[in-house]
Design a protein around this ligand. Structure first.
Ligand code: SF4
Length: 401
């Protein structure tokens, strides 16, 4: 019995032990499972949960990305032409071919906008800079299409522009009184004001009054006037007008047009020079420069000096006439030359129908400029202070250069 009892006890002990192990196993199992369960849950929920919501949308979204990039790739190629639209590129593509025609055309517009800076020069020293600013291309208006009002506006605008370019404009003959001015003007025919200015100091030093010149020995006067050309005829004129002043006007230069034109060698042009600059009476001086320029500007088609004077005079107030004459003549001497107008360096090119008649290349045109615009001395040995203040240089005396 004791053996069976012992066996029973051992068996029950084994059962109890196995039951404990089972219980322990169950506990351990349940205890271990929660850990991974917690990790698994958040992990799965985190990723899919966020993706899940947009999932349906996300899918196309992901596809959209590559698709978009693909679509962008295409426009990227279109972006290239966009860069071509930049102003600089056109020139290179222009020669290329067909499509460039359009682009070059579109680019032509900005090129025209480039010139505008043409606001200008005031002082001689700054003239060069002003010249640089001259527009490369201009508007050439056919005279026939221009109304009277438009012509008046354009003409007055040209005068205003020239007044800015030559604010110191003055008669370019040296003189100290009306007598010297009328004699110098007569001597200026067929020669430059510079040569007259280099000659008259000796003449007026020896014959300071009309009476002195009226009584002069013609041969002595001829020798003095020889550098001006046509010296015999000029000697006859100045002695003759001196006699007329002495005999008919009491040795004084008359201040009326009708009296001035009666003097030997004095026409309307000389008379207006004297009236405008010695008496302050408005007058238009129609010399060779004036005639050339007003025709180039299509202010008038007249060729007769008197008709030109009347036609141009009608475009401006009388008070502008004298300064207008200086502006036009100065421009003709410095920039708008008879044979080689410096169009590429001309500040009024946009207003000029004759633009292109001369040199249009700015660099080449600049080399054509004369006197203070070209860095050279002016024509007067004794110029007004305003000219000197602006940087102008007096001309040298005869024989000095
Ligand atoms: S230089 Fe040329 S652009 Fe200037 S006014 Fe003379 S013709 Fe006209």
């Amino acid at each position: 019995m004791s053996g069976r009892a012992a066996d029973d006890e051992a068996a029950s002990a084994r059962e109890a032990a196995s039951a404990r192990k089972a219980a322990t196993t169950r506990k351990s199992t349940t205890a271990r499972k929660p850990e991974p369960a917690r990790k698994a849950t958040p992990a799965r929920k985190a990723t899919p949960a966020r993706k899940a919501a947009p999932a349906g949308k996300a899918t196309p979204a992901k596809k959209a990305t590559p698709a978009a990039s693909a679509k962008k790739a295409t426009p990227a190629k279109k972006a290239t032409p966009a860069k071509k639209a930049t102003p600089a590129a056109p020139a290179k593509k222009a020669p290329a071919g067909g499509k460039t025609t359009t682009s070059s055309t579109k680019k032509a517009t900005p090129i025209k906008k480039a010139p505008p800076p043409r606001k200008q020069l005031v002082a001689p020293g700054k003239a060069t800079a002003a010249v640089h600013a001259a527009p490369a291309k201009t508007v050439a208006k056919p005279a026939g299409d221009e109304s009277r009002t438009a012509l008046v506006r354009r003409a007055r605008r040209i005068n205003r522009e020239l007044a800015e370019v030559y604010p110191y404009a003055h008669p370019e003959l040296d003189f100290e009184n009306p007598f010297q001015l009328v004699v110098a003007t007569v001597l200026s025919a067929q020669t430059t004001d510079l040569r007259v200015n280099q000659t008259t100091p000796a003449l007026f030093a020896k014959y300071p009054t009309p009476e002195d010149l009226a009584a002069a020995d013609p041969e002595e006067v001829e020798e003095i006037l020889r550098p001006t050309g046509f010296f015999r005829a000029k000697t006859k004129s100045v002695i003759g007008l001196s006699k007329a002043l002495t005999e008919d006007f009491g040795g004084e230069v008359p201040g009326r047009l009708e009296d001035l034109v009666k003097l030997p060698g004095v026409g309307r042009k000389t008379a207006f020079v004297v009236l405008g600059n010695a008496f302050g009476r408005p007058g238009i001086t129609v010399d060779t420069h004036f005639q050339r320029l007003v025709r180039r500007w299509r202010w008038t088609a007249e060729t007769d000096p008197d008709k030109i004077e009347a036609a141009v005079g009608a475009l401006f107030p009388k008070s502008d006439w004298t300064d207008l004459s200086h502006h036009v003549i100065w421009h003709g001497r410095r920039i708008c030359h008879a044979r080689k107008p410096a169009c590429g360096a001309c500040p009024i090119a946009p207003l000029c129908p004759a633009y292109g008649e001369g040199e249009t290349d700015p660099e080449k045109a600049r080399k054509l400029l004369k006197y203070e615009k070209g860095g050279l001395p002016g024509q007067r040995l004794n110029p007004p202070q305003s000219y000197l203040d602006a940087g102008g240089r007096p001309a040298p005396p005869l024989g000095a250069g």
